[in-house]
Ligand binder design. Structure first.
Ligand SMILES: [Zn+2]
Length: 282
């Protein structure tokens, strides 16, 4: 497999050769940064853990060079941070028993540049080789530009594939903006109660980000827990841990569907819901 950056890498934790390692993949996630996968795509990681017929492929689009740093890492150069963050992502892949993890190693600016075909081509090549049943990426209402750009490149890559080579499902998952505003019928609800210890370990290995001053580990667990309780206003908690996703499958089933308009429809349903509820009691 030829990825566009010479510094790209596909790492297979159990040492299997690359072709069979990718061919066994059933669940795949495409994230912008090292640690995004573990925050947003746990629904794809957990069902593969300890299984021989289900395997997770993690794809990290950016090189991780621009991350904030503090403490132990305060004096690290951009090149050193890239190496640290790649190492951390490999630790997570080992802990989570991923089938493989791909580092595309694009700068953020390259991901956000629609004229740069490299990210799209890389994602398409990986999906073609892995033929996953389900793909997770960032949600299109995220507030981080690079996250939204990764989701757009992923949609574009899948749209270029023959219909039979496309995944059956595509989900846009939360990192920098909750999807709790979506109306209940719009939300994909991922229950993550299995292997809570594994979920904690997967976030704990990203020491450089947590030491950088952001407690992503606590925040991610807190949000999952909050979703589980606040998801339904009536009845007892049905789960301990929940993530939400926006089902983006219509965008890959119909490549002509306008991506911006698709997201605006979700927002319009939310606006309608708020308007209707206020109107009921006014
Ligand atoms: Zn990120």
């Amino acid at each position: 497999m030829q990825l566009s950056k010479s510094t790209a890498e596909i790492w297979v934790p159990d040492g299997l050769a690359l072709a069979p390692a990718l061919a066994r993949v059933t669940h795949m996630a495409v994230g912008a940064h090292q640690d995004d996968l573990e925050i947003m795509a746990l629904d794809g990681i957990l069902p593969c853990f300890g299984q021989t017929d289900k395997w997770f492929l993690g794809v990290v689009a950016t090189d991780g060079a621009g991350s904030p740093r503090d403490g132990l890492y305060a004096k690290y150069t951009d090149a050193e941070m890239r190496a640290v963050r790649r190492g951390e992502q490999k630790k997570a892949a080992l802990v989570g028993e991923y089938g493989a993890v791909a580092f595309l190693d694009h700068p953020s600016s390259g991901i956000k540049n629609p004229a740069d075909s490299g990210p799209r081509n890389d994602i398409r090549a990986l999906i073609e080789a892995a033929r996953p049943e389900v793909v997770y990426t960032h949600n299109l209402a995220d507030k981080h530009d690079t996250h939204v750009a990764v989701a757009l490149r992923t949609i574009a890559a899948i749209r270029e594939l023959a219909p039979e080579a496309r995944p059956g499902k595509l989900y846009g998952c939360e990192v920098w903006r909750d999807l709790d505003w979506m109306v209940d019928s719009d939300k994909a609800v991922f229950q993550l109660d299995e292997h809570e210890n594994l979920a904690a370990a997967l976030l704990g290995v990203f020491d450089s980000q947590i030491a950088g001053g952001k407690r992503y580990d606590l925040a991610t667990f807190g949000r999952r827990r909050a979703h589980a309780t606040y998801h339904q206003s009536h009845g007892v908690d049905a789960a301990r841990m929940i993530n939400f996703g926006m089902d983006l499958t219509p965008l890959i089933e119909n490549p002509a569907l306008d991506i911006g308009a698709f997201v605006q429809e979700h927002i319009a349903r939310f606006a309608d819901e708020v308007r209707t509820r206020i109107g009921k009691s006014l």
